[in-house]
Design a protein around this ligand. Structure first.
Ligand SMILES: CC(C)(COP(=O)(O)OP(=O)(O)OC[C@H]1O[C@@H](n2cnc3c(N)ncnc32)[C@H](O)[C@@H]1OP(=O)(O)O)[C@@H](O)C(=O)NCCC(=O)NCCS
Length: 244
């Protein structure tokens, strides 16, 4: 009849408990992400990082939610991303779409780290989000873009350091980003010790991917014991959900 053997009911109980543990962990992770998204100024604990003075560049840095940015800054961020990236997107299967990139850059979950000259001219920005990625709380870097005349002077590295400080201070488990394989600038992230993330897709005979996912883990937090795979979206230096 409908009676299960003792061992199989023990197994299903174990599974039920595992699922419950995982649900608890996900709701805790969501609370961590929600708390980070409520910050007034994520840079507040790091006043030293509000200024950059090196290699002839003097810049001020600030962090704001996209909803608090001036329209002129959003227009500049879009224009710079297009200038730096359009060709690389077009050279791979992603293609470029003004609308998709604009939607992504102005999504209400977007946060911006901006570097501006002392007279207020923007020099570079990072678009990032606190989010769940495959059930883990992460800081996802969607974009890091510097004006061409201000590259290779250490400003990009300084900005990534800020994102890492902000991420780890707020209990994110890793900083994650997507890079296009055809972008020679992605060597920058390797130089900063970003490694292949476990969620990065692997090419096989049937499919090859134009991008890879890199990450840096928060050493202070142990990885959670369980991790059910729920597909999040991958972005950065990258973009929209091309691969979905
Ligand atoms: C990628 C980018 C953000 C890097 O910022 P940056 O300020 O130029 O880089 P930094 O000067 O901080 O570089 C730190 C280190 O990274 C490495 N690096 C940076 N750019 C590199 C490149 N193009 N090729 C190889 N290594 C690079 C170097 O080791 C460098 O140290 P070094 O200059 O002392 O040799 C910037 O160049 C940029 O905006 N590029 C165009 C947009 C883009 O491609 N964004 C990233 C999308 S994946």
């Amino acid at each position: 009849m409908g009676r299960k053997s003792a061992s199989s009911s023990a197994k299903s109980k174990e599974k039920r408990l595992q699922r419950k543990d995982e649900q608890i962990r996900i709701s805790q992770a969501m609370a961590v992400v929600a708390a980070a998204n409520k910050l007034a100024d994520p840079l507040e604990p790091f006043p030293v990082f509000r200024k950059f003075n090196k290699n002839g560049i003097s810049a001020e840095l600030y962090v704001k939610k996209v909803t608090d940015l001036d329209q002129s800054l959003k227009d500049w961020a879009f224009g710079l991303t297009k200038k730096n990236m359009q060709q690389k997107y077009e050279q791979c299967s992603w293609g470029w779409s003004d609308t998709k990139k604009l939607d992504e850059l102005t999504d209400e979950a977007a946060w911006y780290l901006v570097a501006a000259s002392l007279d207020g001219k923007p020099l570079g920005f990072a678009h990032f989000r606190f989010d769940l990625d495959e059930t883990l709380e992460v800081l996802y870097c969607y974009e890091l873009q510097l004006e061409p005349g201000f590259q290779r002077n250490g400003l990009g590295k300084f900005m990534m350091q800020i994102l890492e400080l902000v991420a780890f201070k707020n209990n994110m488990r890793k900083v994650v980003l997507t890079v296009l394989k055809n972008n020679q600038h992605s060597k920058f992230f390797k130089a900063l010790n970003y490694n292949f993330d476990e969620s990065s897709p692997l090419d096989d005979d049937e499919e090859s991917f134009p991008y890879e996912i890199l990450s840096k883990a928060n050493k202070r937090l142990q990885p959670p014991a369980t991790s059910a795979k729920i597909h999040g979206s991958n972005h950065c230096c990258s973009g929209h959900d091309h691969h979905h």
